[in-house]
Design a protein around this ligand. Structure first.
Ligand SMILES: C[S@@+](CC[C@H](N)C(=O)[O-])C[C@H]1O[C@@H](n2cnc3c(N)ncnc32)[C@H](O)[C@@H]1O
Length: 260
């Protein structure tokens, strides 16, 4: 076994105050930090001075660091340090490749632990006042990616099946394929007037909200120039929105306001 432990830590969706206490404690004592682009700036300030930092996200105009390189960095850091935090936006095991990294580390004799985080698919709708389940509007919700790798071995998402089986959909990375997804959902039986919402940059300053319906969603997203990162919510739950319950989006670059 390597001397170090790698903690796959969820940073939450953007508002730094949505960090868990467990994640906070690990950030305060880690020797090395490996982080992505969607991680709030304020959290990077929490690490001790001696901590070695490695950015493995996508820089403007560049590709992300390839996954095998990130895996190799983590294994190497575990030979050199005791406590390594691999900080990821939202939750590490939800569309975050946390499972792949955990398997790679375990296979290379590195101790690894996951620390769940608040996922964007729950927090972004909440900061828009949208409950993703509701007794009158939806007892079943599906978290689904709208961005599947083209060369994936197994079949893609069955959007028509989801239209029939799930009351509500929370779609990650869905903007690029939104027109096709909306068409597929309608072919699966959802009406064109099914409520839908898009939340861009949920929980942080700059948050934007679009309330629409399935038939018009793609056109409106284009017309109003919505962009990534965005969560799309489809289903009757959108109509249960209580605008006044939504927290104010946070400034993710400000120091984390710590409890006294
Ligand atoms: C690679 S996935 C990572 C998801 C992350 N592991 C989580 O649990 O939230 C990135 C996608 O998450 C969504 N996302 C992340 N942060 C977001 C935010 N603050 N507001 C809206 N969507 C967000 C977007 O769909 C974005 O394209």
């Amino acid at each position: 076994m390597s001397p170090g432990t790698v903690y796959l830590v969820g940073a939450g969706p953007g508002d730094p105050e949505l960090l868990t206490l467990k994640a906070y404690r690990l950030l305060r004592r880690c020797d090395a930090l490996v982080y992505d682009a969607l991680v709030p700036q304020a959290l990077l300030e929490l690490v001790p001075e001696h901590c070695e930092r490695h950015f493995v996200g996508k820089r403007r105009g560049h590709h992300s660091v390839p996954q095998p390189s990130t895996n190799a960095v983590l294994v190497q850091l575990a030979q050199q340090h005791q406590c390594i935090v691999r900080l990821k936006g939202g939750d590490p095991f939800l569309f975050g490749r946390g499972g792949e990294e955990a398997a790679h580390l375990a296979a290379h004799g590195v101790a690894v632990q996951v620390v769940p985080g608040i996922t964007a698919g729950i927090a972004a709708p909440a900061y828009a006042g949208i409950p993703i389940t509701h007794r009158q509007a939806g007892s079943c919700v599906t978290f689904v990616t709208g961005h599947e790798e083209i060369d994936k071995q197994r079949p893609g998402v069955d959007w028509r099946g989801l239209a029939r089986s799930s009351d509500g959909l929370v779609i990650y990375m869905g903007l690029h394929n939104l027109r096709r997804i909306s068409e597929e959902l309608q072919l699966g039986g959802l009406a064109a007037d099914t409520p839908a919402a898009v939340i861009q940059e949920g929980t942080v300053k700059g948050q934007r909200l679009l309330i629409s319906c399935l038939g018009q969603l793609a056109d409106q997203v284009e017309a109003e120039d919505f962009s990534s990162p965005s969560i799309v919510v489809v289903g009757q739950v959108v109509l249960q929105r209580v605008a006044s319950c939504a927290p104010a989006p946070a400034d993710a670059s400000m120091p984390l306001p710590l409890p006294s």
